[in-house]
Design a protein. Sequence first.
Length: 161
Amino acid sequence: MTIAIGDKLPAATFKEKTADGPVEISTEQLFAGKRVVLFAVPGAFTPTCSLNHLPGYLENRDAILAKGVDDIAVISVNDWHVMGAWAQSSGGLGKIHFLADWDGSFAKAVGLDIDLSAGGLGVRSKRYSMLVEDGVVKTLNIEESPGQATVSAAAAMIEQL
């Protein structure tokens, strides 16, 4: 079952690369008492993710934060090394959280996993964005196709804030 507006996010732990190595970040740490924009991509370094989806959030970071958002995070079913390299190469390091859902457990728990084996990617996350307030989903924007980043784009999120 897919998570819906008004639902509380399930407990999960992500990994994020830091200068000191990987750190674990729980949903409690990330969302408790905060207003957070979370967006998910099928894969770091993939074309739509790297050329369209992520850049929109990096370019609009200040505008999003100015609307009362405490933090922004991107999540993908990749390991923390890949997410760290993506943060570095995109210029996003230190600007937003790059979270590794390394085994896809969060994507599965929120019902937003997708089997992209036909494209050689295996089970990944659907592309989506959500506004989360104190762990509760306030908006949810799921793309119909993993190759599109329109309803989950930064511009669409800004309109909802």
